[in-house]
Design a protein around this ligand. Structure first.
Ligand SMILES: *Cc1c(COP(=O)(O)O)cnc(C)c1O
Length: 432
């Protein structure tokens, strides 16, 4: 598979180079040159396939010859060695639980796949690679966990001070070894901006081999397609494809879902569920794409004012607003509605979503109330305990803390405080 830059000013690359570079030299995002098709007989027999087989068949065309089949199969197996169940919540609404991985959020899949691919390439090249990543909360932990103790790789994570949950902060600041956390006095967008500037700084990139672990990296973005196939495998009414609702921030996850759909996966409709950071729902309403600074909400992993991956969504539909609107709807859910949904779903149905899942649940419920006869799936993107500081006061009940989290809570955070200025990051990465 060849990848081109969405800014069209850089040469095409293969999977390996796209993974190592993260972003094209012209600062564009890499995009696959062709869409692999999974034919009808493959789709019809999906229930008889294992998750590993599905994941391998989906990702192999994107990797091509850059990783031999046996190694790719091992990487895929290690990436998804935990369950991803589809759970019935009401007669019409199902939750695809993506939080059964090591850091309890869906980003584990992309981070584990990417870290293993990069580890594979770094070992062959014998080069030291620095993974530089901005996180709005969950990426940091997933990336730290995925790369922890991987030879030849150093990880630097930027996170917005005071804007991630306490569990998230512990997950990214307590590992040590090859993982460093920078606590930025600013927003996620500031962190993302600093990271982007570092990649664009040729003086720095000459001295240090930098790569990104944000969802702009194809090795993190593409494996997210797996969820949608696993959901469909468990979907009982194959003749009535599901509406799929994705709590969205940077739009990597939903974009992967739409890619899967264009490769042949039956999906009735997609819903982008957003909090107050709703550039995309507004765009779908009025056709104007207008970026605003991020505002803090209860679903902090979606506090993104300028979603990086939306250009990929547009590219998938040849920038055609009409065809995009046919398959995608957007909803904006307020913090008050998020809280009310957490309470209601817990009390009336006995299912406890996390704040991101609650945004997804309510957006899906709204869509279904306007489309009688449809049924849908919302992606439950994190375990509620990751946000116990938000969830517990709302439901007035303690959330049981899993063993893995209990162990890290007493650990001391180790972070480097930094103002939101690129010069400081540069000095840190490459002291003058
Ligand atoms: C990252 C994240 C999201 C948003 O996913 P995008 O791919 O950035 O749109 C939603 N929920 C949770 C829990 C997350 O960690």
């Amino acid at each position: 598979m060849k990848y081109y830059s969405l800014n069209n000013q850089s040469p095409e690359v293969n999977f390996k180079e796209a993974t190592i570079k993260g972003q094209a030299p012209d600062k564009g995002l890499y995009f696959p040159k062709s869409l692999p098709r999974l034919d009808k007989s493959w789709m019809d027999s999906i229930e008889g396939k294992s998750n590993e087989q599905i994941a391998f068949d989906v990702i192999q065309p994107y990797v091509g010859e850059d990783i031999p089949e046996a190694d790719l199969l091992r990487i895929v197996k290690e990436t998804i060695d935990f369950p991803i169940p589809l759970v019935k919540v009401t007669d019409d609404i199902y939750a695809l639980e993506l939080f059964h991985g090591p850091t309890l959020a869906f980003k584990d899949v992309g981070a584990r796949f990417m870290s293993r691919c990069l580890g594979y390439f770094a070992k062959k090249e014998r080069e030291k690679v620095t993974v530089l990543v901005a996180t709005s909360g969950d990426t940091g932990g997933a990336v730290a966990n995925g790369f922890y103790n991987v030879d030849g790789i150093e990880v630097v994570i930027l996170y917005p001070s005071g804007k991630v949950s306490s569990v998230q902060e512990k997950q990214l600041t307590t590992l040590g070894k090859n993982i460093s956390a920078i606590e930025v006095k600013g927003t996620f967008d500031d962190c993302q901006q600093m990271v982007k500037q570092a990649f664009a700084d040729t003086e720095l990139t000459k001295k240090k081999f930098l790569t990104s672990a944000n969802s702009i990296n194809v090795a993190r973005w593409l494996p997210q397609q797996f969820y949608y196939f696993f959901a469909y495998r468990q979907w009982q009414q194959k003749d009535r494809p599901p509406v799929i609702c994705v709590p969205s921030g940077n739009f990597g996850n939903i974009c992967a879902g739409m890619l899967a759909h264009l490769s042949g996966l039956p999906v009735k409709h997609f819903i982008a569920a957003c909090n107050a950071n709703n550039a995309v729902p507004r765009f779908l309403d009025n056709g104007k794409y207008e970026v605003r600074p991020a505002v803090a909400t209860l679903s902090n992993a979606m506090d993104v004012g300028n979603p990086s991956n939306f250009v990929r969504v547009l590219e998938l539909f040849d920038n055609n607003f009409i065809s995009l609107k046919k398959i995608l709807s957007g909803y904006t859910i307020t913090d008050e509605e998020t809280k009310a949904t957490l309470q209601q779903v817990k009390k009336q149905i006995g299912y406890l979503p996390d704040p991101h899942g609650a945004v997804g649940y309510l957006a899906l419920q709204r869509y279904l109330s306007e489309h009688a006869g449809d049924k849908g799936i919302f992606l439950e993107t994190a375990h509620p305990v990751k946000f116990y500081d938000v969830v517990e006061p709302v439901i007035n009940e303690a959330v049981a803390i899993p063993e893995a989290i209990q162990q890290i809570l007493p650990l001391k955070k180790q972070s480097i405080e930094m103002a939101a200025e690129y010069g400081l990051l540069k000095e840190y990465l490459s002291p003058s």
